[in-house]
Design a protein around this ligand. Structure first.
Ligand SMILES: C[S@@+](CC[C@H](N)C(=O)[O-])C[C@H]1O[C@@H](n2cnc3c(N)ncnc32)[C@H](O)[C@@H]1O
Length: 252
């Protein structure tokens, strides 16, 4: 992993060190043999039954980060900064690692657009979503450790996002960026839920669209279909990272 000194993220040394620490923990889990077996089992299960998920899947990953790799998080941060994102939806929060990058970007975007002193948490938000209570608690702990640069910019919805998100979206301005880092069967339903709120030019980012392309078939078919208003490419990060832009006027 690149050292924090050469990474593009603007944050205090405290936050950068926390991120290093969390990524190290996540990477140690990802490189375990148990995790390898788990991913293989999931894929094989899908090939035979078309069901990638099961309750044993949820049990196995309850104490796992499954965080986006640092390079993808850096890219996500840069995309959020470049697009001036103020309202972000994160589908799948886990222990809150990617959320920290998004919150940094939102807070910094709000500050750069404001002529008044910034009130932490006012003027922008990352709507984070996590269904596992223990994971949500851990994520909150990490954001508290990160402090004022991060914590005030996050609103965590606990529970199934298909239930929690609709009400929150009703109270939210246009969404600038949607991160789909969720179990694959939920990716398209989540996109369809958020789509009416996407602003023109909004970014939709989905992880591992090359490595588990089959599991993402419905999402990829949808965003490749010109009538739905997306223009998309799979960027060449490990496993593939889909970056789609919502341009509804191009829908034909
Ligand atoms: C890949 S992890 C997210 C990792 C996180 N984005 C990061 O990079 O640190 C996906 C998470 O989605 C959560 N999840 C799965 N189904 C969900 C649902 N229906 N509603 C909310 N969260 C869900 C899982 O519990 C898991 O923690």
């Amino acid at each position: 992993m690149a050292s924090t000194a050469s990474r593009p993220v603007v944050a205090s040394q405290k936050v950068l060190s926390l991120l290093d620490h969390l990524h190290n923990q996540s990477r140690a889990q990802e490189s375990s043999f148990a995790m390898f077996l788990f991913y293989m089992g999931r894929y094989i299960r899908f090939l035979f039954s078309k069901q990638p998920q099961s309750s044993s899947f949820d049990d196995f990953v309850r104490d796992k980060f499954i965080a986006l790799e640092p390079e993808k998080c850096d890219f996500l941060y840069l995309l959020a900064r470049a697009s001036g994102a103020m309202n972000v939806v994160e589908a799948g929060t886990s222990f809150g690692v990617s959320t920290i990058y998004l919150a940094l970007a939102v807070g910094q975007n709000v500050a750069s657009k404001s002529t008044e002193p910034v009130m932490p948490g006012k003027g922008g938000k990352v709507i984070a979503t996590e269904k596992e209570e223990s994971k949500a608690a851990k994520a909150r702990e990490h954001w508290q450790q990160a402090g004022q640069e991060v914590e005030p910019w996050i609103k965590l919805l606990e529970g199934d996002l298909l239930v929690t998100l609709p009400k929150q979206l009703g109270e939210t301005d246009a969404v600038d960026l949607l991160l789909l880092d969720i179990w694959t069967p939920l990716a398209l339903p989540t996109l369809k839920l958020v789509k009416p709120k996407l602003r023109h030019g909004a970014l939709v980012i989905a992880d591992n669209t090359s490595s588990v392309k089959l599991l993402y078939k419905d999402l990829l078919d949808y965003i490749h279909d010109g009538t739905n208003g997306f223009r998309t490419m799979t960027t060449p990060f490990s496993g593939g990272l889909e970056v789609a832009v919502y341009l509804p006027e191009l829908a034909q």
